[in-house]
Write a protein that binds this ligand. Sequence first.
Ligand code: SF4
Ligand code: SF4
Length: 418
Amino acid sequence: MEIDTGQCVHCGLCLPACPTYVETGLEAESPRGRVLLLERLEENPELMNDAAAMFLDDCLGCRACEEVCPAHVPTAHMVEEWRAKEAYWPDEVGPEGFAVFRRISGPLSFFFGSARGLAWFQRLVRWSHWPVIGQWVSHLRFVPESARTLSEGLPHRVPKSLSRIRRGNPPAAPTDKAMLFVGCIMDTIYAETNHHTQDLLQLGEVEVVVPQRQRCCGALHKHGGAPEVARRWAQENIMAFEESGASTVVVNAAGCGAMMKEYSNLFEKEDPWYARACRLEEAVVDATAYLASLPLPDGAPQGAEITVHDPCHLAHGQGIRQEPRQLLKRAGYHIQEMPDSDLCCGSAGIYNLTHPAMAQSLQKRKVESVPEGIGQVAAANPGCLMHIQAGLRKQSGTVEAVHPVDLVWEAYHRQGVV
Ligand code: SF4
Ligand code: SF4
C-alpha cells in the first residue's frame, strides 16, 4: 500500500476513538494529526525530525480510527508503511521505539521462526519464574527493560511443550476439516488454550489438523517495520494450509487472525503468491466466531460474573464483537460489560516493549474500567491477556484475564462434556 492521505476530510470523527489522543489530548497524537503529518512529509521529506517520527511511531496500529472514518482513510496501514520505510534509520537516530525494535527483531526472528526456536522461547519464559535463573534471563542483552513489567502478566504455570499435537478422537461424521493455527505466543505460553480450542472444535463436530510446518503469522515483524520477514513466514503458512487439505483455518489470537486475513497485502498482484494468499485469507476464521456458529451444547449457569475486553484486531480489525459474547453466554456465563471495552489496552503486539510509558497508561485505564465484583476478564488475544493480567495484578491481584476459549472449555469440563 502506498501512502495516500488525499481522502481525509479533516472531520475529526476519529479523534475520540484514538487511544493516544484520548491519553494526551494532542492533535499530533491523533489520526487526523498523523494523516496531516504524513501529507506534509510526503511533500517535504526534509521536515522529518525526531518529534515528527515520535508522533507517528506512537500509533498503536489499533485501527479504531479506520473503523469510524467516513472517508475510509487507512491511517494505521499508512503509519505501518511509513514505519517499514523508516525503521532502519542508523543506530542512535530516531524515536526510542525504533531502537528497541532494532534490538529485538533479530531474537524475535530466531525464537519465532521455527518450532525449535519456539521451544527455546518457552523454556526461557518458564525459567524467568525461577529465582536465580529468572534474574539471568531478564538481564540477557536482547531483553529490553520494558519486558520486565510485561513478565508480571505471565501465567503462573508455563507449559513444558508446544501445542502441535492432535488430541482426542476426531468426530465420526465431521461437518468441516479445520487447520488449527497455533501461533507463537499461543503455541508456547498459552499452549493449553490451543488444546482447549481443539477439544471444542471436535465437540462441535469439526475434524482438526495441526500442521507441523506452520510458523508465527509475522504480525509482530510487519507492524514493527520488517515486512520481508512477515512475507517469508506467510509463504510457509500458505504452504502448510495447502498441504493440510483443510477448508478452514481457525485462529484463536486476534492479532494473528487480522494479519492472516490480509496476507495478500504482502504480495504484488502479479506475484503468484498473491492468489494463494487470497485463498488462505478466505479460509481464516476467528476461533470464537467459528465456535459460536457450531452446535455446542448449552452450559449450566456459571457462578462469577465476567467482563469482556474486545481486542483491537478482533473488534476493529475483523469486526467481531458479538460472537465471543454469544459463545460465553451459551456456555453459561453472565457478562457485565465494561465501558470502552474496545479501547486498546496498550499491548498492541510489541508496542508494550517499544512504548512502555503509553502502554502502561492505557493498561491502567483498562483495568480501572473493570466493573466491581468481576472474577475474570475475557480477552481473545495473547498480548492483551498478558498485558491486562500484569495491570490486574498491580491493582488487586485477584481478577484473572482469561481467553474466552478457556472459559468456555472450563464450563463444559465442569459439566463433563469435554
Ligand atoms: S482520518 Fe477520517 S475520521 Fe479522521 S479526520 Fe480524516 S476523514 Fe475524518
Ligand atoms: S491506529 Fe489507533 S493509535 Fe493509530 S492513529 Fe488510529 S486510532 Fe490512533
